[in-house]
Write a protein that binds this ligand. Structure first.
Ligand SMILES: Nc1nc2c(c(=O)[nH]1)N[C@H]1C(S)=C(S)[C@@H](COP(=O)(O)OP(=O)(O)OC[C@H]3O[C@@H](n4cnc5c(N)ncnc54)[C@H](O)[C@@H]3O)O[C@H]1N2
Ligand code: MOO
Ligand code: MG
Length: 399
């Protein structure tokens, strides 16, 4: 059986062809940037006043404390000029610094009587309270690199350099398929032996938080129906996400039907808990992920294999993160144990507090976890204070 690292490697080495599209700026939120964004001028574009007050020339500070006011430079006014260096101009935050001045003194530190500003002290320096032109970036500098996830701050940067349409990665076409005769829709009243198909909604939500809308389809545990549905799905999609039907049951037809349809199985079975029967295969440029049906197995495999693969090929730089156990854990089987945890920040450490649960079918405690830490297969005891790789379930763009 594959180790987690081997399975991940076998998934990651499959190239996902990437398409791009240009969208209006506001439609780019939660998408991946597909072009570098450069500064169209210096940032800031002019010497920007950062406090409301008076602007003077700093050479006057040693000579005098009284500065007659010549006028006002407001934000939005074209650059004015101080005519007499012994005078001052009132200036407002956001204004361009007037010519012949180089120092801004806030109103709180002057007293104005009869249109003359009296400095309360002389402890000011050149460029004080001035955000100098080009401090943050020069014209032509790359401000945003392709491959980043577009968030509010990123939108702000693009707006400031006048990008109204932006090139982003086009999401792949994905269908999420549930399998199982026990499953009913969420609007149905399940009979005692039935459950609602929660995995479909969970996967749809996980994709949505990556900015991807997916279709859904339910297929009953029937080999012929599954084959007919799959034949169509393989033609219409870049990616198929299945939940269920990948294990050893009499009605777990997915592996066999995929094989019949020429889908090459590259992974089936991983030495991990949960998620042992995880399946990954491809037919040409259509990729199939078979997540084991138990909810925790489905969501953990989604993050560990599918998301890792997708983001890698969409050009997103990925972070690795470790979290420190807050209690001793033992797990005696020689497989990687993905332990659900709450994540707590304490001083410079990220702590992983185990979330007790009754196994991979326990959706209630899955929802209470922030993520999972992966405890290596070659150890049986994991002591308080030791650290392990953390995958977030709740911070979609972090890992
Ligand atoms: N003899 C063996 N039995 C099982 C093995 C094994 O190795 N040998 N593996 C176990 C493991 S581990 C898992 S995980 C499950 C995986 O099973 P399948 O992927 O075949 O999934 P199903 O049998 O169809 O369903 C399992 C479980 O999940 C529930 N489920 C399925 N889809 C949904 C959905 N959309 N929403 C909510 N819940 C769903 C389903 O009702 C079952 O309870 O197999 C073990 N068995
Ligand atoms: O994926 Mo299974 O948990 O190991 O039930
Ligand atoms: Mg099964």
């Amino acid at each position: 059986m594959n180790s987690v690292a081997e399975a991940l490697q076998k998934v990651l080495e499959n190239e996902l062809p990437v398409r791009t599209e240009t969208v209006p700026l506001m439609n780019s939120l939660n998408r991946i940037l597909a072009e570098d964004i450069k500064a169209d001028r210096d940032a800031p574009p002019f010497h920007r006043v950062t406090m409301d007050g008076i602007a003077i020339h700093s050479t006057q500070l040693l000579k005098k404390a009284l500065f007659p006011i010549e006028g006002i430079q407001a934000a939005g006014d074209a650059q004015g000029r101080l005519l007499d260096p012994e005078n001052c101009l009132e200036v407002m935050t956001g204004a361009i610094l007037p010519e012949n001045t180089n120092c801004v003194i806030p109103y709180e530190q002057v007293k104005i009587i009869d249109n003359v500003a009296n400095l309360l002290h002389s402890d000011f320096t050149e460029n004080q309270n001035v955000h100098l032109k080009g401090t943050d970036a020069g014209k032509g500098d790359v401000l945003l690199k392709k491959g980043i996830f577009i968030q509010a701050g990123t939108i702000g940067v693009m707006a400031t350099v006048g990008v109204s349409n932006v090139k982003v990665v086009k999401p792949p076409t994905i269908t999420i398929c549930s399998t199982g005769n026990e499953l009913v829709d969420i609007t149905d009243n399940p009979l005692p032996h039935q459950i609602r198909k929660s995995n479909v909604y969970m996967l749809q939500a996980a994709l949505k938080s990556l900015g991807i809308e997916a279709q859904t389809l339910h297929i009953d545990d029937d080999k012929k129906l599954l084959k007919a549905a799959l034949e169509k799905l393989l033609h219409k999609n870049d990616i198929l996400l299945f939940s269920g039907a990948v294990s050893k049951g009499k009605y777990d037809f997915l592996p066999e039907v995929l094989e019949d349809l020429g889908v090459k199985k590259l992974v089936h079975g991983v030495a991990q808990k949960p998620g042992k029967p995880f399946l990954f295969g491809r037919r040409k440029n259509t990729f199939v992920f078979g997540f084991p049906g138990n909810p925790a197995s489905t969501l953990i495999c989604f993050h560990l294999y599918f998301k890792a693969w997708l983001l890698t090929h969409l050009g997103k730089q990925r972070n690795s993160l470790f979290a420190t156990l807050t209690e001793d854990v033992s797990f005696k089987r020689p497989v990687t144990y993905h332990l659900l945890v709450k994540v707590v920040a304490e001083k410079e450490k990220i702590l992983a507090v185990p979330v007790s649960n009754s196994g991979s079918g326990d959706l209630v405690h899955l929802a209470a976890a922030d993520g999972f830490i992966s405890l290596p297969a070659h150890l049986e005891t994991f002591q308080t204070g030791t650290s392990y790789p953390l995958t977030f379930l709740t911070q979609p763009w972090f890992n």
